[in-house]
Design a protein around this ligand. Structure first.
Ligand code: CDV
Length: 308
């Protein structure tokens, strides 16, 4: 048995005017709860230090830069790293990264139990658009503010388990799970900011959005025999609602913990990493059953080409 007690720290809304210090205080409050619940690891959402700023159209790069972090940890987040180190709890969270070269990424990291960063991932599948789109009910400008991640989908050994990350829209793509599945991933951590309505289809509301969110994560968990922890930033941010539905999913695809609110809420599950072994050595024993000679299109073709 290789048990890791995992906390999914769903965050309620963060308004445009909220400071990073105020957000970090909320993250530390969730960490304290997690400590009381015996957690070894706490997972926070995507871009969790600020409001989901890609909904706002900005032209001035200096204004854009105010939403980004130039180093991690930094002055605002150091108290979180220190609290986690003192509690002996590893953490994972997302933030907007501005590199010394001026590149911008939608990034997640995770640490060990001493607060040292072990893994960094940069979001590959950026949804939305680059320019103001008047046909949408609201903007989703990730393609304007970020470039696609350049680190692939690495997996690291941490706390005796094989861990990887992805971010929000990535969770909808089976390739993401399989890339990490092929590295033996046992725990996949991800955060998300998913608007409760589709900006391009008014009748796609929260019920369908929650269904698709859970469908893709449970499928990814089962098909790769891995734990998946998906954590939302939820609730109404400056009048724009985001779904909750944070979940911890076992390697059979069952949800073992689910958030019930759209606010700051900790969900907890004791996750045995050895529970991945059965699926990985039987129905999803990739070495025995995959037929890569028939998968050429997956890596050579991006869009659909019909037979006619
Ligand atoms: N932050 C995201 O990547 N959100 C997307 C929305 C735009 C659909 C998501 O896949 O949840």
């Amino acid at each position: 048995m290789r048990e890791i007690v995992i906390g999914g720290a769903q965050m309620g809304p963060i308004q445009k005017a909220d400071t990073r210090e105020a957000v970090v205080a909320r993250m530390i409050a969730l960490l304290e709860q997690a400590k009381g619940a015996g957690c070894d690891l706490v997972v926070y959402p995507e871009l969790c230090l600020t409001t989901f700023f890609p909904r706002w159209y900005m032209e001035d790069p200096r204004e854009v830069d105010t939403w980004f972090e130039r180093e991690m940890p930094n002055a605002a987040t150091r108290p979180l790293f220190e609290a986690a180190r003192q509690a002996g709890i590893a953490i994972s969270f997302g933030y907007a990264e501005l590199t010394p070269e001026g590149r911008r990424f939608n990034t997640s990291i995770f640490t060990d139990r001493e607060g040292a960063i072990v893994g960094k991932y940069r979001k590959v599948h950026l949804p939305g658009h680059s320019d103001y789109d008047s046909d949408r009910a609201f903007q989703h400008l990730e393609k304007r503010y970020f470039e696609p991640g350049d680190l692939g989908f690495p997996v690291w050994r941490n706390m005796g388990a094989l861990m990887g990350m992805c971010i929000c829209n990535d969770r909808r793509w089976p390739e993401v799970y399989r890339e990490m599945g092929l590295q033996g991933v046992e725990l996949l951590m991800l955060g998300y900011n998913t608007p409760s309505v589709n900006s391009q289809m008014a009748d796609e509301g929260p019920e369908k959005r929650l269904y698709h969110s859970e469908l893709t994560m449970t499928a990814g968990a089962y098909q790769n025999a891995t734990w998946v922890v998906g954590v939302a930033k939820a609730g109404s941010e400056d009048g724009h609602p985001l779904i909750g539905g944070s979940v911890i999913i076992d390697p059979n695809g069952y949800v073992v913990a689910r958030a019930g609110s759209e606010g700051d809420e900790l969900i907890v599950a004791a996750c045995d990493m050895d529970a991945c072994a059965f699926g990985k050595t039987t129905i999803f024993d990739f070495a025995r059953h995959r037929r890569i000679e028939h998968y050429q299109r997956i890596c050579s073709q991006t869009g659909v080409v019909t037979p006619d």
